[in-house]
Design a protein around this ligand. Structure first.
Ligand SMILES: C[S@@+](CC[C@H](N)C(=O)[O-])C[C@H]1O[C@@H](n2cnc3c(N)ncnc32)[C@H](O)[C@@H]1O
Length: 209
């Protein structure tokens, strides 16, 4: 199964399965972005719209991109806002968004499926206005080092998705080469009572153009 086919299947249970990464990402995103000002947003890999819904309360317009029709269908069913435009698109291709037109690019739990970060970071830099933010929240590479991968249950067993490893320095170096300034880097852990190993679950980064 390729990645978009896998997400078409996962779409049916993505919101309801137990998923600590998804839930922590939602908390981290709101915590990080509530202190920033933005009006026009591009969301990369919006999935079922978990973060789109919250972004729509704060922003004036959101263009939400995803290549899985199944995930987009769930998002469209959930979010009925004139501020939000959903578009089926592969973010490794040309985004076709005007240059210098956006205040925030939001990217959650998608870069592990992207082999070449330059393609995404380069377009993010072009698309943002000067002073705009590129927010990334991803499964921490330390989790990948111990074997964590995006996966979901199917009637035929567990489906493990195709993923690529990106070290922390790859995120920061690629961003710097594209022209970004690092504003914030944070590591996020499971709730204390659930924590059984000292490995962060998520890595978040805020870059500024
Ligand atoms: C783990 S889900 C995350 C969804 C959402 N951002 C969230 O935090 O719940 C990853 C999403 O990225 C999308 N995706 C993966 N690779 C993509 C690509 N090359 N272009 C567009 N979307 C992609 C998948 O279809 C899926 O909806």
């Amino acid at each position: 199964m390729n990645i978009s086919e896998a997400y078409n299947h996962w779409a049916n249970t993505y919101d309801s399965n137990q998923n600590k990464t998804r839930d922590l990402d939602q908390r981290v995103t709101q915590h990080t972005l509530q202190k920033l000002d933005f009006e026009a947003v591009v969301e990369l890999g919006c999935g079922t719209g978990k973060n789109t819904e919250w972004l729509a309360e704060k922003a004036k317009s959101i263009l939400a991109l995803d290549f899985s029709e199944g995930m987009l269908a769930k998002a469209r069913a959930k979010i009925n806002s004139s501020k939000v435009t959903f578009r089926q698109a592969d973010i490794t291709q040309n985004w076709n968004i005007p240059k210098d037109s956006v205040d925030l690019i939001c990217c959650n739990l998608i870069l592990e499926h992207i082999e070449d970060l330059k393609i995404v970071f380069g377009q993010a830099f072009q698309t943002l206005r000067k002073g705009g933010y590129f927010f990334i929240c991803e499964l921490h590479p330390f989790k990948q080092y111990i074997g964590s991968k995006a996966r979901f249950e199917t009637e035929n067993g567990v489906e493990v998705l195709e993923v690529y490893m990106h070290h922390i320095s790859e995120f920061t170096d690629t961003a710097a080469k594209c022209g970004f300034r690092l504003v914030e880097l944070k590591e996020w852990f499971d709730e204390k009572e659930e924590r059984n190993q000292e490995i962060p679950r998520l890595l978040s980064l805020v870059f500024e153009k």
